[in-house]
Design a protein around this ligand. Sequence first.
Ligand code: SAM
Length: 198
Amino acid sequence: MTTAIDVLLLFIERAPHTLALESAALKSVDHVLEVAVGGGHLAAQVLPLISKGWYDGVDLSPEMLERAQQRLARTSYRNYRLLQGDARALPLKTASYNVLFSTYMLELVPLTEIPRICAEFARVVKAGGRCVVLTYAGGFDSLWQWAYKHWPGIFGVRKGAELTPLLQQAGFKIETRSMVKCRGLLSQLLVAVRTGST
Ligand SMILES: C[S@@+](CC[C@H](N)C(=O)[O-])C[C@H]1O[C@@H](n2cnc3c(N)ncnc32)[C@H](O)[C@@H]1O
């Protein structure tokens, strides 16, 4: 079922999601992980691009996973898994993915917990693999604060420059950091490559 929040998120997130996808330069054989799948909007865009690969999506919330499952079941793709799990301790094997997406999730997590999440991202991404992170960076500030008060599980607190060193400390090299403005919403798009040889 499509809800008002789905429509709102689609309206403001579609263009940043598309840019995040383009930055990932997916190959058809890639194994992709999305941490915090939400309603599955990005997953539905990823699946057509990885016909010979695999998609795993993790989210803390069973309700969001159910929504994502309903959305993906309407596609013709079956090369995916949706799992309940916490970004701070991913229920996944080490060095398994070519690309990891995390979009509009780190806003919801206290800054003190982000190093642990970045370490998990670094653990599950293969050396040379990409990590693509989108976060809210401004715009609609009063409206956003109002939305955060009412839906703290969907609208979080702005985090920006502090994410770059945390990803670097975890073992990523920042490839690009850019700002994306869409319908008044400003997002930060970070693309990072996993260093090392594992
Ligand atoms: C604002 S939604 C974003 C969903 C989707 N990535 C998008 O771009 O539309 C945030 C999602 O993060 C999930 N989430 C929050 N904290 C999490 C955590 N620690 N581990 C996994 N998922 C989490 C929530 O359940 C929610 O589905």
